[in-house]
Write a protein that binds this ligand. Structure first.
Ligand code: DLL
Length: 432
């Protein structure tokens, strides 16, 4: 068993409490002095940075939500000058605009440290080759695990996603030890290995680090069987850092949170009351170790529970259960975050009536998305060819906003179900 930072990961609860308290005091001061949004929010409730004496005072602080990032798009919540940033990433926003996040050099190290802890907890060492098949780009998956691998002295292999046969060829030729990708892509790689008649035991790869989307323990067993590896979960979100906010150890009984950087709480999403360990609610993080984007009590919308019981692996850090859903309507399709409001935004921008239905399914272990859109009566009289062209036009517009393909089906006017209350926009037939 290897532990990357035993002085933190196995620290006493008292030590962690003192460290978190010191870091919270510093970050609140940074947020108040350098982010006008937070200064105004704190002033509104009469809170001064001096009122925060320890981590126990965290409940005095207001919450931050995703729309706060949108309302301050793109850089309004940054606490540093543009010149101090060394990286920008982005994830899906609730409408056409993405959520933008920035990092100083120090923040990249914090994030890489978290990702390195995850690789180590999956049994990785500096002698290993880490095959990174998460997408590289604005998505944090690829570069997150890449920097984590380098940070601990391992060899990063930036394979990125796609071209599955080439991925398998690389696994064979380069002898990668650990593979990192979404669990659904891991299933697909496993099935392709099987279909190519390759014995998974002939591959050197021994572990996988899979996250960015919900997956079940059944899926874990299936991936482990198909690739003959041990499969580890990893959790994270761009707003807080990226992958490595929390991660599985060999006990696979909850993900250890890097709580020296990201302080977790569980709240009741309706009353906003903090819930005790063991109770399911919405996960909230405060970035107590970062400079550029010091988010205060950020509501992740992920539903899970925490435990502070020491893990048999020896780590003392708080663990979170696998997220078992969300308290908003965000969908994760092939690892990409999609909000129904983004679809609506695109349809309206194309002058379509906002009558639509999103159908999500999983076929051969890959997510599919279909958007049914009602035509206007004028469109309905068009030729079949004209309708096909129209479907293609909408598909292209959706692809450019959502970054994934969604099949569009035009429907006759008045055929989509109407609701007297909240419209039901999504039918998700996948089982998690
Ligand atoms: O998905 C970061 C990431 C990359 C995590 C690679 C793990 C591996 P976002 O695109 O901002 O960031 O999406 C964050 O994805 O709020 C969860 O709803 C979901 N999510 C991430 N990891 C897991 C996981 C990356 N292990 C959103 N299990 C989060 C379930 C996950 N859901």
């Amino acid at each position: 068993m290897s532990i990357f930072k035993p002085e933190i990961e196995c620290a006493s609860r008292d030590y962690l409490h003192a460290l978190q308290s010191a870091r919270l005091i510093k970050m609140v001061k940074n947020a108040y002095e350098n982010v006008p949004f937070y200064r105004q929010k704190f002033d509104e409730i009469g809170l001064k940075p001096e009122d925060i004496h320890s981590i126990d005072d965290i409940t005095k602080l207001p919450f931050t939500v995703k729309t706060d990032l949108r309302d301050n798009y793109p850089f309004g919540l940054f606490a540093v000058d543009k010149g101090d940033l060394v990286r920008i990433h982005a994830s899906s926003g609730t409408t056409g605009k993405p959520t933008v996040v920035g990092y100083t050099k120090h923040d990249i190290d914090v994030w890489a440290d978290g990702a390195a802890r995850a690789i180590c907890a999956a049994g990785g060492t500096k002698d290993d080759t880490i095959h990174v098949s998460y997408g590289y780009g604005l998505f944090t998956g690829g570069l997150g695990l890449h920097y984590g691998a380098e940070y601990m002295g391992a060899t990063a292999l930036p394979a990125s996603s796609g071209n599955t046969k080439r991925q398998i060829q690389m696994l064979q030729d380069f002898g990668s030890d650990i593979i990192c990708c979404t669990p659904s892509y891991a299933m697909f790689i496993g099935e392709t290995v099987r279909d190519m008649g390759i014995d998974p035991k002939s591959l050197k790869v021994r572990a996988g680090i899979f996250g960015a989307e919900p997956w079940t323990d059944e899926m874990r067993k299936e991936i482990e069987r198909l690739l003959d590896i041990k499969a580890y979960d990893i959790y994270g979100l761009s707003e807080i850092a990226g992958p490595g906010v929390s991660y599985d150890c060999e006990c696979q009984n909850g993900m250890h949170v890097c709580e020296d950087y990201f302080y977790p709480e569980i709240i009741d999403p309706d009353t906003l009351e903090v819930l005790p360990d063991g109770e399911y609610g919405e996960l909230v993080f405060t970035c107590i170790g970062k400079e550029a984007l010091p988010l205060v009590r950020y509501r992740t919308r992920d539903i899970c529970a925490l435990t502070r019981e020491t893990c048999p692996c020896g780590r003392t850090t708080v663990r979170m259960t696998k997220p078992k859903g969300r308290s908003d309507d965000m969908l994760i399709i092939r690892g990409v975050n999609v909000f129904p409001s983004q679809v609506e935004h695109v349809l309206l921008s194309l002058n379509m009536a906002p009558n639509y239905l999103i159908l999500v399914d999983r076929k051969n272990n890959l997510d599919t998305m279909e958007v049914q859109v009602e035509m206007t009566p004028e469109m309905f009289s068009d030729t079949v060819k004209g309708m096909e062209n129209e479907e293609k036009r909408i598909e292209a517009a959706l692809q450019s906003t959502l970054n994934i393909f969604a099949k569009v089906r035009l429907m006759a006017p008045g055929t989509l179900p109407r609701s007297e209350g909240k419209a039901k926009r999504v039918i998700d037939n996948r089982v998690f």
